[in-house]
Ligand binder design. Structure first.
Ligand SMILES: Cc1ncc(COP(=O)(O)O)c(C=O)c1O
Length: 409
């Protein structure tokens, strides 16, 4: 069977049926059942090959089954996987040191999922607000951005403006205000004496790879410093080489007060997340004030240390830039030829399809039929985030597929 064979096989249908019957319907996956992955490519239960242009929402920046990461994980699996933080383990110290070196911060606080790391940043910011800044008890506020996506916990969806993500989940956590993304005056107006942090994505991934105007991050840095408010960058999706730099904030040479990291920190193998900050902030955390059974476990730490080592070599960041140049050159001419907009930063792209032509979902389905997996967002947008091990030919194939699908209408 080839990637262009549209027939749903018995095996595919059976897996989908069982999944839909027993797993809650909180996603609407494309009808493909994956069984293997290697580098930028995945194989389904019928042996069809697909170029993975979602890469686990950038958790797979280093590719599927990355040899170095799998070797480290296997080694650690055979030695020790979990201690809890009731005891020390022989991996966490080295991981924390490596991640501090990468971020330039004094300390990290390890967690598992991205949402937990965001929750951690919120808690640390509030505690810093009360204990260091002197905000009156119970009054801390955090400014967030319109169109944000920071995860799915009750507190995090409390400041989401996505109807689907919030509907039915009230009552929400108070203490958040939204400002228009990329509008420094709106952010300034939202800050008052109770404000402890501005929480933002340097690039809004789920929003459709949306970038703030040039200079916004620098202005935000200056504003946060001036108003004694923590600048909290959610680099869970934008960080760790995806945008062509280690962190998306690096594009404007900006260093936030707190980095939030996840996804690729676990190499697509295991959930690993963390926040990083200096002592002046992180020292508000004391024994018992926050924690997680799995956070900082030796398996996570071993994988995370190797991820940092790979990032320190700089090759993935450089490859993201090369991939980005190919995507830009291929997609830009399509504006006016079926695309209303194209946004590219490193190996990360969002395309806005003319809704008169097709939806983002339809584009994703047609790409799937041509052996390419991608994900739509917000109706007519599709984002592409291939693993950073994708070849030039892989990217050429992506550009050809999008071009031909648009031409066919
Ligand atoms: C910017 C950002 N923050 C937080 C999250 C939540 O991460 P997780 O799904 O691991 O909880 C995501 C997930 O897509 C994200 O893109």
């Amino acid at each position: 069977m080839t990637a262009t064979d549209l027939t749903t096989s018995t095996a595919t249908a059976a897996h989908i049926e069982t999944t839909e019957r027993y797993a809650a319907h909180n996603y609407h996956p494309l009808p493909v059942v994956l069984a293997e992955g290697d580098g930028a490519w995945v194989i389904d239960v019928d042996g069809r090959r697909f170029l993975d242009c979602l890469a686990g929402y950038s958790a797979l920046n280093f590719g599927h089954s990355n040899e170095r990461l799998v070797a480290v994980a296997r080694e650690q699996l055979g030695r020790l996987t979990l201690t809890s933080r009731a005891f020390y383990n022989d991996q966490l110290g080295d991981f924390a040191e490596a991640l501090c070196r990468l971020t330039g911060k004094d300390m990290i606080l390890p967690m598992n999922s991205g949402a937990e790391a965001v929750e951690t940043a919120i808690k640390v910011s509030r505690k810093w607000g009360y204990e260091v800044k002197g905000v009156p008890a119970g009054q801390a506020s955090i400014v967030t951005m319109e169109g944000n996506f920071h995860g799915r916990t009750t507190t995090i969806v409390s400041f989401s403006d996505d109807e689907v993500a919030t509907s039915g989940y009230a009552p929400f956590t108070s203490g958040f205000r939204r400002a228009a993304y990329g509008d420094i005056d709106a952010v300034a107006a939202a800050i008052d004496d109770t404000t402890v942090a501005v929480l933002f994505e340097p690039i809004q991934g789920e929003g459709g790879v949306v970038m703030p105007p040039e200079g916004f991050l620098r202005d935000l840095r200056a504003l946060c410093t001036e108003r004694n408010v923590l600048m909290v960058a959610d680099e869970i999706q934008s960080g760790l080489a995806r945008s062509g730099k280690t962190f998306a904030c690096d594009h404007e040479d900006v260093v936030p007060d707190i980095y939030i990291m996840g996804k690729a920190l676990g190499g697509g193998i295991y959930p690993v997340s963390a926040i990083a900050a200096d002592h002046a902030i992180m020292d508000v955390i004391t024994p018992g004030s926050h924690g997680s059974t799995f956070g900082g476990n030796p398996l996570a730490a071993a994988i995370g240390t190797e991820v940092v080592a790979m990032l320190e070599e700089g090759t993935f960041q450089a490859r993201a830039v090369e991939i980005g140049a190919l995507i830009e050159a291929g997609f830009r001419p399509l504006v006016g030829q079926g695309l209303l907009g194209v946004r590219v930063r490193g190996a990360w792209a969002g395309i806005d399809i003319d809704p008169a032509l097709m939806t983002g979902r339809q584009m994703s389905e047609r790409l799937m039929d041509r052996g390419i997996l991608a994900k739509d967002t917000h109706g007519s947008t599709v984002r592409f985030a291939p693993p950073l091990v994708a070849s030039d030919d892989d990217i050429a194939g992506l550009v050809t597929a999008v071009t031909e699908i648009l031409a066919a209408g």
